[in-house]
Ligand binder design. Structure first.
Ligand code: TXA
Ligand code: MG
Length: 324
């Protein structure tokens, strides 16, 4: 995909906003200004569009992404807000705060954007241009920071071009962002809310809004977590056997590319029969979940090549296969 598309610079006027929303509705990638940093935006309801975010960023793993909404009512249709979540949303939205909450039964954010989890990260940005695009797009928009993996987050359109020119469809240029650091992320999944990432809203302000101290969670840190509460990695109940040549008796089969000779088990899914890694990424979490829901002891997984999105797919599969 490198250099294969023309990246347009759209101006932050009515025409540019309409063009950005149209591209997003068509499953394309657009860098959008927010008050924190520029985000690499795609339709959060479309696994394939979300897969192309990871491809453009060359992200080596599928972290769950933040879905952006135009207002609190739209956000509340996607997630279940307990009292602290509601207090935080009312105090800081629109603004640089992300809330991780249980997904509602009406949630339309796709499983890849949620990395297969039952929770969803929601944010209502305050940037006027972002708001206008979200309103026009009419669906949740996933957006991690618009930089290549491992580079610093972009606070100007030119930073986005430096990292992603030729890899995305457009950059909506609204000048430098105001906040410059990413949103604060608070998980409200029952019990005391947890600060997952310090960011644009100071911790003291967050704590004042809920009238209690937040639990601080450092990524990879040793804070005691209720099992399954905060796990930011989806883990199937079945054991996962990687780099399998074929399913053994009783195993479910997760294939990639042309199937091996011989009969497939009844419980089988192919991530991409043509060996397309973007399609495979788009299918990954939904496929694991679909197989796992049928209760197999083990899911055997075909080898997935390590190039392109294969690295991220293998990263997730390795976590899914880790002993628990
Ligand atoms: O300011 C921002 O938040 C920017 C702008 C563009 O809005 N976006 C941003 O997105 O920083 P990103 O993808 O770089 O950060 C998403 C973070 C990741 O650290 C991810 O692990 C966490 O949110 N996250 C998302 N969903 C989660 C979930 N269900 N459970 C736990 N963590 C989650
Ligand atoms: Mg980032």
């Amino acid at each position: 995909m490198t250099g294969s598309r023309q990246t347009q610079r759209l101006s932050a006027d009515e025409a540019g906003i309409a063009a950005a929303a149209e591209l997003l509705r068509a499953g394309r990638l657009v860098a959008l200004p927010t008050e924190t940093v520029y985000g690499l935006a795609a339709d959060a309801t479309d696994d394939r569009a979300v897969a192309s975010i990871y491809a453009a960023k060359e992200r080596p793993s599928f972290n769950p992404l933040i879905s952006h909404l135009p207002d609190i009512d739209a956000a509340r249709r996607q997630g279940l807000f307990d009292a602290p979540a509601l207090a935080l949303a009312k105090a800081f939205w629109p603004g640089p705060l992300t809330l991780v909450v249980p997904a509602s039964s009406a949630c339309t954010v796709c499983s890849l954007a949620r990395a297969g989890l039952d929770s969803v990260a929601l944010r209502v940005p305050s940037h006027q241009v972002a708001h206008a695009v979200l309103q026009a797009a009419g669906r949740p928009i996933a957006a991690p920071s618009a930089n290549r993996s491992g580079r610093v987050s972009p606070t100007q359109a030119d930073h986005v071009f430096a990292d992603l020119d030729g890899r995305i469809d457009a950059v909506l240029d609204a000048g430098p962002t105001a906040v410059g650091v990413e949103s604060s992320i608070v998980a409200c999944l029952g019990g005391v809310p947890r600060l997952l990432r310090p960011g644009g809203v100071p911790r003291a302000a967050l704590e004042a809004a809920i009238g209690q101290a937040l639990v601080i969670v450092e990524e990879g840190g040793s804070a005691p977590l209720a099992p399954g509460l905060l796990a930011s990695h989806y883990a199937p109940r079945a054991a996962v056997r990687l780099d399998a040549e074929a399913a053994r008796p009783g195993e479910a089969w997760l294939g990639f590319g042309p199937e091996p000779n011989g009969a497939l088990p009844a419980l089988a899914f192919n991530l991409s029969s043509t060996g397309d890694l973007t399609e495979a990424a788009a299918n990954l979490f939904a496929a694991l979940r679909r197989l796992d829901d049928r209760g197999p002891k083990t899911i055997a997984v075909a080898p997935i090549p390590m190039h392109g999105l294969g690295e991220a797919i293998n990263d997730r599969l390795k976590r899914a296969a880790a002993p628990r």
